[in-house]
Write a protein that binds this ligand. Structure first.
Ligand SMILES: Cc1ncc(COP(=O)(O)O)c(C=O)c1O
Ligand SMILES: [Zn+2]
Length: 407
């Protein structure tokens, strides 16, 4: 495995491995091109660090000598969740809450920040729907680089405050994520900042492959039969498939069919799910609403590629309503002990729909990606949970327990 160039996903034009964010010819998105001819030995991965840099052979930048310990998140068997959904399969949740800023975004930032340092940048920046803000701010703090963070002003407080606590300069922009993204594209032209998901986007995206490679290693170098993952821009979802495919090309993962890829979006911002349902090849931008704010990208950069992944693997891209998302968060928490943010509520809700439709066959290995932590979106679930107010008195405990439980 060797990163050789940047390639335009639209017209195929190639460019050197520099900080570029769009094709000069057609303005299409760029991605890293790979020479996949060299196999990678399993021993080499096993001897690597307990971070995503154990998969350095699949990353477009050498492992840095500084930075936060990102990756190697747990893959947890979820038998009680499977039983509750009537599933007779091997069900796992890959739980990204163990990363330094509690979401999978630490992976993409680790790779983009390493590349930014290699290219000589003196500052990090990002346009964020929430989790990227904290991940970029923390990486800047760990590397001693200033970080400029741009978020829509209506994000969850927890996400904005955490980013600021790392010492980053946080701009709460009056507008949607898509407005923030436009602003950052303009700023990236003439500021000497490495915008992790704008001019560093091709490198950033590669970080998401490590979530798939790790999953395969944890399954004993097998790919799952089926995957459920969230979609905002569509980058994570498409890169999960590429991670499994490159693991196979490198001889690490046993040969077999590609995993059936299910994507999930909040109903308040489901442009890719809508295009999938309509059988369209184009994604029509929407104005986001709803509680799944971390997935609220109305004009997703990789939406059309996500459609291709779903269709090519026999998967689907499906929406979950706000009520279903909250139910999903509670279902996961109650059956696995993992409290996820709204994005994980979306994937859990879509898992439930697949189970109810009977799409998941007995004996399959299924992995659900839980990409962020519930403590960042407590307000979403607050109206659905109850606590009991009592005086510090044992009789009051008994009296409360004797009352019928409200359902
Ligand atoms: C928790 C969480 N999950 C999933 C995603 C989806 O990421 P992508 O833009 O790669 O589709 C995001 C994006 O912000 C996120 O914050
Ligand atoms: Zn092009």
């Amino acid at each position: 495995m060797k990163a050789t160039h940047l390639a335009c996903k639209g017209c195929g034009a190639t460019y050197p491995l520099e900080a570029l964010f769009a094709c000069d010819r057609c303005f299409g998105p760029l991605e890293v091109g790979w020479d996949e001819s060299e196999p990678v030995a399993r021993d080499r991965i096993a001897a690597g660090p307990q971070t995503l840099w154990r998969f350095a052979d699949f990353l477009p930048v050498a492992p840095p000598d500084r930075g936060l310990p990102v990756g190697c998140s747990p893959l947890i068997r979820a038998d009680r969740l499977a039983a509750e959904l009537g599933l007779d399969c091997e069900l796992y949740v890959k739980t990204e809450t163990s990363n330094p800023t509690h979401s999978f975004k630490d992976r993409v930032v680790a790779v983009a920040a390493a590349k930014a340092v290699e290219l000589g940048y003196g500052a990090l920046a990002c346009a964020s729907t929430g989790n990227l803000a904290g991940a970029t701010a923390a990486a800047g703090a760990a590397l001693g680089l200033p970080a400029y963070i741009f978020v829509p002003a209506d994000l969850e407080r927890e996400k904005i405050i955490a980013a600021a606590a790392y010492g980053a300069t946080v701009f709460a922009v009056d507008g949607s994520y898509d407005d923030v993204n436009r602003l950052c594209s303009e700023l990236a032209y003439d500021r000497p900042w490495a915008f992790v998901n704008v001019n560093m986007r091709a490198y950033y995206a590669e970080g998401s492959k490590t979530i798939a490679l790790e999953t395969a290693e944890q399954l004993g170098w097998r790919a799952p039969d089926r995957v459920v993952a969230p979609i905002a821009s569509g980058s994570l979802y498409t890169k999960i498939l590429q991670g499994f495919e490159q693991g196979r090309a490198a001889g690490l993962i046993e040969p077999g069919p590609a995993p059936v890829m299910h994507g999930s979006q909040g109903e308040g911002c489901a442009p890719v799910a809508a295009a999938f349902a309509a059988g369209d090849d184009a994604v029509v931008p929407v104005r986001p609403t709803g509680i799944a704010k971390s997935l609220a990208i109305g004009n997703p950069a990789d939406g059309v590629y996500a459609l291709g992944v779903a269709r090519r693997t026999g998967g689907s891209i499906e929406p979950a309503s706000d009520a279903e998302i909250v139910e999903g968060m509670q279902l996961l928490a109650r059956t696995t002990g993992i409290f996820t943010e709204t994005a994980g509520g979306v994937t859990t809700a879509v898992l439930r729909k697949l189970a109810e439709r009977g799409e998941i066959e007995a004996g399959e290995t299924v992995v659900v990606y839980i990409t962020g932590d519930g403590l960042k979106t407590v307000e979403a679930v607050a109206p659905a949970v109850e606590t009991i107010a009592i005086p510090a008195d044992a009789d009051a405990v008994d009296a409360a327990l004797a009352e019928p439980i409200a359902t």
